[in-house]
Design a protein around this ligand. Structure first.
Ligand code: THU
Length: 131
């Protein structure tokens, strides 16, 4: 996971966060070992901003991959920042429930969790089977 944290910390430097001042980086490892990274990209029309996790997922899909083996997120926060609700659902789209997630701070704190712990009772394709 250390390499994923390093990739997330590096891409965080490119975050566009002039409105919140809160820069976030995320990095995904795919099952074949490739790493894709993303940062938050804010917009003056605030709701148009995107999270670091969404950026990393977009990079992964653009790179031709659709499975997340592990994901790391880093921010300069007093405690490891939990991903927003929308990003939890986005992760669940591409990750197994037990996929590891490491949440880290730039000062070296880290907290390990999984996609299922972040999104218990996730809505999935199976919920549409009765149509
Ligand atoms: N943000 C992320 O990029 N990921 C998270 O997990 C939490 C929040 C961003 C969105 C926004 O640009 C800024 O942090 C403040 O919410």
């Amino acid at each position: 996971m250390d390499d994923l944290i390093a990739a997330a910390a590096a891409v965080r430097e490119n975050a566009h966060a002039p409105y919140s001042g809160f820069r976030v980086g995320a990095a995904i490892r795919t099952p074949d070992g490739r790493v894709f990274a993303g940062c938050n990209v804010e917009n003056v029309a605030y709701p148009e901003g995107t999270c670091a996790e969404a950026g990393a997922i977009a990079a992964m899909v653009a790179g031709g991959a659709t499975r997340i083996a592990a994901i790391a997120v880093i921010a300069d926060s007093p405690a490891p920042v939990p991903p927003c609700g929308g990003c939890r659902q986005k992760m669940a789209e591409f990750a197994a429930p037990d996929a590891p997630v490491r949440l880290a701070t730039t000062s070296g704190e880290a907290s390990d969790t999984t996609v299922a712990d972040l999104l218990p009772g996730a809505f999935g394709a199976g919920h549409m089977d009765a149509r």
